[in-house]
Design a protein around this ligand. Structure first.
Ligand code: ZN
Length: 303
């Protein structure tokens, strides 16, 4: 093939046109400003968005999203965001007010969109249970929603988002299989736990574990001797030695339960927030790798 004769200037324009065709404007654009409401969701967004997004998480590691109180800095952050990911299902009761105060133009995406919601009891009322991410199949729904929203906000990076999401989805499928195998190794009658955590409804439904509330125990205050006696009765009656009681710190009570029933308190479970980096559960996947062995070891004591 014989190329037509060109002047150096024409050739330069040709190269520029080619560059523009190869790298359309959005590829040069600043990374998408993304906000996620809490650490578990933020980690999923981080894994899908990778280095193509500028991510901030409102309620960080070890934080409680139920009772979060946003600051003026959070409103300023939201005002400059392109995209906000929330859990939905009533998990972020403070968000509507924050959004109004910030005047944000960000697109809001509920990561739980498409999840089959369970309900839970809260102060005597039946409300949607927001803790849907505790079922890994729901986690996969979150990841697909995140991928779709990021891709539509930054189409030039859609391929990267898709690859990251596909990688994460494979990991979640493996983790789901492992979780099922770990629990299947336990005799069926022993698959039950007494806990003050109310965040494991989806986990229990997905993986076949009964999570029972400790009778008479409130979730915020240290138990009294009388509620402790009720708890000991319940442990004996239900033949459950798997106990995850968050607020019991009095070592005398823990010794008493152990002496009366043979049960001991299980370790720390992560439900609504991740740990800090370097902790036991710094990612969504690490949360399951922390919780599942602790739950299984505790249920192994049931008889
Ligand atoms: Zn919760």
């Amino acid at each position: 093939m014989i190329l037509p004769e060109t002047t150096p200037m024409k050739r330069l324009f040709g190269v520029l046109a080619l560059l523009l065709a190869l790298f359309p404007a959005p590829a040069f654009a600043a990374p998408l400003k993304v906000v996620a409401t809490f650490s578990v969701l933020g980690d999923m967004v981080r894994q899908v968005g990778g280095d193509r997004i500028d991510l901030t998480v409102l309620v960080g590691p070890d934080g409680d999203a139920h009772t979060f109180e946003p600051s003026p800095a959070d409103a300023r952050l939201l005002a400059s965001a392109d995209l906000l990911f929330l859990n939905g299902l009533g998990f972020e009761p403070w968000l509507a007010k924050l959004a109004a105060a910030s005047g944000t133009q960000a697109r809001f995406v509920a990561a739980s969109d498409g999840v089959e919601p369970l309900s839970m009891n809260e102060g005597g009322a039946t409300v949607p249970d927001p803790h849907a991410w505790q079922d890994l199949a729901n986690g996969a729904i979150y990841v697909r929603n995140i991928e779709a929203a990021l891709a539509s906000a930054a189409p030039a990076d859609a391929k990267a988002f898709h690859e990251n999401a596909a990688h994460l989805l494979r990991e979640l499928a493996d983790l789901d299989k492992w979780t099922r195998a770990e629990i299947a190794a336990l005799p069926e009658p022993s698959r039950k736990i007494i806990t003050t955590h109310n965040a494991f409804g989806y986990f229990g439904a997905a993986y076949g574990i009964a999570f029972l509330a400790p009778e008479g125990l409130s979730t915020d205050a240290e138990p009294s001797a009388r509620t402790l006696a009720r708890l000991i009765d319940q442990i004996k009656r239900e033949h459950i030695r798997a106990l995850f009681i968050e607020n019991m710190s009095d070592p005398r009570f823990i010794r008493m339960i152990s002496a009366e029933t043979g049960a001991s308190l299980g370790g720390k479970l992560y439900s609504d927030a991740l740990s800090k980096p370097g902790g036991a559960a710094p990612t969504y996947q690490a949360m399951f790798r922390n919780n599942v062995p602790q739950l299984v070891a505790a249920m192994r004591q049931n008889r």
